[in-house]
Write a protein that binds this ligand. Structure first.
Ligand SMILES: [Zn+2]
Length: 142
């Protein structure tokens, strides 16, 4: 058996794709929705309860703090730009230059590296899902 917890986060971010032939090479923004799911590292087929003292796999408050510190506070209201973009040199108070195109797919792979080794003992990252729009999203299953 696996127990899985998911928490949703919302943030706004501007980005541009430097190698894209369409509209997304222009600076534009999205209201992103990020879903972070964690589960118990070891499957347990005979468990009748999780952690006796807390009754929790992971405290939602701790998951919230971790994701806010590592991702939301960094990326919310930031301008995220690939290093080879002509926009990488413009002045911006909250600009993040990345060595890859800031697509949903690449953002998830990067976000996973920010969270992977910071979860409590016995808890692993199960998936990350990010909505760029209501109808377009990417999901990373680890
Ligand atoms: Zn976009």
């Amino acid at each position: 058996m696996k127990l899985r917890l998911t928490k949703q986060f919302d943030f706004q971010m501007a980005h541009t794709l430097s190698a894209y032939p369409g509209k997304c090479r222009n600076i534009h923004g999205h209201n992103y929705k990020l879903f972070v799911a964690v589960e118990n590292e070891e499957a347990c087929d005979t468990c009748t309860q999780i952690n006796y003292n807390s009754g929790m796999l992971m405290d939602f408050t701790a998951l919230k703090s971790l994701v806010e510190n590592e991702i939301i506070e960094v990326f919310d209201h930031a301008f995220v730009v690939p290093q080879d973009s002509p926009y990488a040199n413009i002045e911006n108070t909250k600009k993040i230059v990345l060595p890859f195109q800031p697509t949903c797919e690449n953002l998830l792979l990067y976000f996973a590296t920010l969270l992977n080794d910071k979860l409590p003992e016995g808890v692993r990252l199960y998936s990350l899902k990010i909505h760029e729009t209501e109808t377009s999203f990417a999901e990373l299953i680890l």
